[in-house]
Design a protein around this ligand. Structure first.
Ligand SMILES: [Zn+2]
Length: 308
C-alpha cells in the first residue's frame, strides 16, 4: 500500500484515506463542485521508486492498473477491470504547420469502454468505494460520469443509482436531460432518476442515502477520481518515450490540473525528468490556476498552495 493520506493542496491539511467529502477547512457547504475539490492522495514515492521502474511498467498490460502503485486501491480483487485507459496517442500529421513545426498529438479518449475519459476517474473511485465497503454506487451527473459509473457497476455486479441532472448540470431550472445518456445509463442497468431541487438539496439527499443505505456517492471520493485522471498523463509521458509534453490542451473544466498533476508522481518516482511545461484550457484559452508544472504556488504536487 503506497497511498498514505489525503492532502489539501490549498490549506495543507491532511486527512485519513477513509475521509469522505471535501477538505473541511476549504469547502463551502452546499457549494460543492469539482472545482472546489482540493484533496489529493499522497503516496510514499520513495518506496514506489524502489519497487517500480520503466522496465517493469512496459511488461504490464495497458490500462489503468498498469500504474497500480500510483493508484489508491489496496486489495487487487477490488480493481474493477473494464478495459479503461491504454488509449492511443494519435499524431495529427496535417496540423504541424499551424503550430510552428511542433509535434501535435490527440489522446483518443473516446475509445474508452463507455465512450468517455470518465471511465478513468470513475474506474478508480468506484474501486476505492467498494473496497471501503460501499453496498452500491451512486452519482449526480449530467451525463458521462453516470454512464461510466453504470458500466463499472455492471462489471462489478453491484447496484447503481444515477441522479441525472439537466445538460448544464442543473436540476432546478427545467433543463432537459441528455436523452442519449439516459438511454446509455439505463442500458447498463442503473436506476436513473431525474431529480428536482438545487444542488445543495441534492447533495444533502446524497448524504442521506449514503448514511441510510450504505451506498457511495462518487463525489464524496473526488480525490480518488482525480487519481484516475492522472493515468492519462502517465500514458502520455510513457507514449512520448518518458517525456512530458511541452503543453497539454484539455477542452474541459477541472480535469486539466489533475491530468497534468499526473506527471508529477512519475517524475518524483524517478521515471523521467520534468521539463518546463504548462497547461491551457482550450475552452477559454486561459491558463488554469495550479496548472504550471514548475514549483510555483498552486502546484498540485506541492505541499502548500495559494488560491489564485
Ligand atoms: Zn483545505
Amino acid at each position: 500500500m503506497y497511498a498514505t493520506s489525503l492532502h489539501c493542496f490549498y490549506c495543507g491539511a491532511d486527512f485519513p484515506l477513509a475521509h469522505r467529502g471535501s477538505c473541511t477547512n476549504c469547502a463551502t457547504v452546499g457549494q460543492e463542485s469539482a472545482l472546489s475539490e482540493t484533496l489529493g492522495v499522497r503516496y510514499d514515492l520513495v518506496a514506489i521508486k524502489r519497487q517500480l521502474d520503466r522496465d517493469e511498467l512496459v511488461r504490464r498490460a495497458a490500462g489503468l492498473w498498469r500504474y497500480r502503485e500510483l493508484l489508491p486501491v489496496v486489495d487487487p480483487t477490488f480493481r474493477i477491470e473494464l478495459g479503461a485507459g491504454g488509449t492511443r496517442l494519435a499524431p495529427l500529421t496535417r496540423i504541424p504547420e499551424a503550430i510552428a513545426g511542433n509535434r501535435l498529438f490527440m489522446k483518443v479518449e473516446g475509445s474508452n469502454p463507455s465512450g468517455s475519459f470518465k471511465d478513468r476517474p470513475i474506474g478508480v473511485a468506484a474501486s476505492v468505494a467498494l473496497e471501503q465497503g460501499a453496498r452500491g454506487l451512486a452519482c449526480l451527473t449530467s451525463g458521462n460520469i453516470g454512464s461510466a459509473m453504470a458500466a463499472i457497476a455492471a462489471k462489478a455486479g453491484v447496484s447503481s443509482l444515477v441522479l441525472l441532472l439537466g445538460a448544464a448540470g442543473l436540476a432546478d431550472q427545467g433543463a432537459a436531460v441528455n436523452v442519449e445518456k439516459y438511454v446509455q445509463i439505463s442500458a447498463y442497468g442503473a436506476e436513473v432518476v431525474t431529480p428536482m431541487g438545487n444542488l445543495g438539496q441534492l447533495y444533502a439527499l446524497a448524504d442521506r442515502i449514503e448514511a441510510e443505505l450504505g451506498w457511495s456517492f462518487l463525489h464524496n471520493v473526488q480525490a480518488y477520481q482525480t487519481d484516475g485522471d492522472k493515468t492519462t498523463a502517465f500514458e502520455i509521458c510513457e507514449q512520448l518515450g518518458w517525456q512530458a509534453p511541452a503543453a497539454v490542451f484539455v477542452p474541459t473544466r477541472d480535469e486539466p490540473v489533475w491530468t497534468v498533476a499526473g506527471v508529477c508522481p512519475l517524475q518524483r518516482a524517478g521515471l523521467y525528468r520534468l521539463p518546463s511545461a504548462h497547461v491551457r484550457c482550450s475552452a477559454t484559452g486561459s491558463r488554469l490556476a495550479g496548472s504550471s508544472l514548475g514549483s510555483s504556488p498552486g502546484h498540485p504536487c506541492g505541499t502548500s498552495a495559494n488560491r489564485s
